[in-house]
Design a protein around this ligand. Sequence first.
Ligand code: GUN
Length: 281
Amino acid sequence: MAFVIDGKKISNDIKDELKEKVAALKEEGIEITLAVIQVGNDPASSIYVGNKKKACEYIGINSLSYELPETTTQEELVALVKQLNENDEVNGILVQLPLPKHMNEELIIRTISPRKDVDGFHPQNVGALSIGQKGFVSCTPAGIIELLKRSGITIEGKECVIIGRSNIVGKPMSMLMLRENATVTICHSKTKNLKEVAKRADILIVAIGKPRFVTADYVKEGAVVIDVGIHRDENNKSFGDVDYADVYDHVSAITPVPGGVGPMTIAMLMKNCVDAAMQNQ
Ligand code: GUN
């Protein structure tokens, strides 16, 4: 029987722990504020941003909301980010991605002060992670480490295979697993014999963005499978990069979609906001 890793419960536990911490900080007169910027009104982004603001409210973090029109110029956005960088009341700055095509995302990310970069996307934070220094870590991979640890899954010494090499998930995930003393392999579109490589994994992390791509023949008997994908079927029901029903009988533990990795991203964002406020004291 596979152990189903309950991301919803674990994320709620983390949010409750943070809520207590935030209340204690308030007693000391410390308020935490996250600035959330959305440019345009992409429906998926609006849902993500709404959920982030809801989580802030639950935990007791103030959120400042900037809903800018699609026609906002890059200069205007840069000016807003710089103004928030300078504002001592603001602890964290989040610019929801993707940005409209006329903007240079990399430049915008670089404009955010690394000390307020609660997404962990700034090159300084990415670099810090790769050399084992302190800094903000991208929320989804950080959430996966929490899922594993809080489920009692040992990482040290394990063979970890990551399918996907994005800057937001695959690459930081590999650094975090290395930091936890796993042996790490990253696979991508040019990897040869992907099935055979994936089958080496004690812990298989799938962030490839292809619906139900990973079937039982990618999975070693007894492996732990973490599914980062989110897709929707014609009834708007979500499912992942892993064919859950197909692999279920072969794994020792697995994250469901929904209710696995997804809820952890926001929980870790909230943790980064609290950390940002603590470091700024
Ligand atoms: N778009 C999709 N995921 C994310 C995220 O984690 N942070 C930001 N800023 N934008 C996103």
